[in-house]
Write a protein that binds this ligand. Sequence first.
Ligand SMILES: Nc1ncnc2c1ncn2[C@@H]1O[C@H](COP(=O)(O)OP(=O)(O)OP(=O)(O)O)[C@@H](O)[C@H]1O
Ligand SMILES: [Mg+2]
Length: 406
Amino acid sequence: MANPQHNFLTAIDVGSAKTCVLVAEVTDSGLRYRGHGISESRGSRKGVIVDLEKAVASIQKAVEQAEDVCGAPIEHALLGVAGSHVRGMNSHGGLSLGTRAREIARDEIRLAVDKARAIPLPADREILHLLPQEFILDEQSGVHDPLGMMAMRLEVRVHMVTAGSSATQNVVTAVNRAGVHVDDTVFEPLACADAVLRADERELGVCLMDLGAGSTSLIVFQEGAVIHTAVIPIGGDHFTSDLSVGLCTPLAEAEKIKKLYGNVIVTLIPEGNEVEVPSVGDRPSRLISQRMVGEILEPRARELFEMLRDNLRHSGMLDVCVGGIVLSGGTSRLAGILDIAESVLRRPMRLSWPTALAKMPSTLAEPEYATVLGMIFYGHRSRIARGLQDTRWSSRLMGLFAKKGA
Ligand SMILES: Nc1ncnc2c1ncn2[C@@H]1O[C@H](COP(=O)(O)OP(=O)(O)OP(=O)(O)O)[C@@H](O)[C@H]1O
Ligand SMILES: [Mg+2]
């Protein structure tokens, strides 16, 4: 009898704030929700494990919840990788095919790709993704599949995403110790894009920004290919700690105030509104103006978007984003975030509402679950590409590019 779990796909997102496990089933009519589990992340900060035991326990909790809902053990998963240790860069490589144009063979394509990836990396870094942008045959750019075409010179442009080896390995170890084998890893915004970006945006030029708790990741697409990735070490936790210090209130209270009364545009907060702020120690709580909350949050939001703008500008990407900028992640729910982002970045902005799985609870259709949902779509796409590898060269090429590790 066929094992029904063979059709299950599991994604694990070990975020700075929450750990999320999502299980989907591949059916004839598409992907169907089977279960999920969410736990508060412990022992990990900004995508890096700082306390293995605590991290294992919170992953285990989310895994067990998901197992209870889907009624089956979770043995394998796709794991998300994020955090400031991840870096992106463009690279290219090429080779001469001779003095006369001749037909390009598979091995030559492989060799060109090998040359593009042959960049000396520090000992503690590994290649997470090698994403194709285009092949160039002599002077002709924009070729997607050069097999069988004629040229004297073959070049390839790729986007490489690298990650700290030990940072990545520690998250893999934590998931393994929670009893789940990691089949593959994915840079989280790359997966998130599968849940929130549309094909026309990717073609025209779009930037997806994942505003998490510990950091903000960004990915830029143009002509359907990834051309830039980066991580900025600021996320929602920084907003919360600013409020905690500024209002002299415990972090947990600052977090509640941020979600309930926060707005990153002071002038959008009605004058005269008041907020009760619990104090630290035995001191009584106080009433403060809601505008004071905005006065603390606005400079942090402005700083974050200025850093994002500078990153895009310095890499020549700001002008590429003609299709706009899409915000995802829990911090994108902060009131006023679209307004401030638009005023700093001067590009059309929108929030991300991830594509849902069939039968999925509506509580998961929120920006903070876009990454784990995208991981399911990405995992499904990779599985199809791998399945077709023996029959179609283009898929084989995708497999080659998507492969992990140098
Ligand atoms: N309604 C809300 N208003 C403001 N902030 C919110 C809201 N909901 C969640 N957040 C913030 O979003 C952040 C959590 O977002 P998310 O779940 O995307 O992070 P994460 O994936 O765990 O972290 P990271 O991606 O950095 O590893 C927290 O800082 C939280 O305070
Ligand atoms: Mg996240």
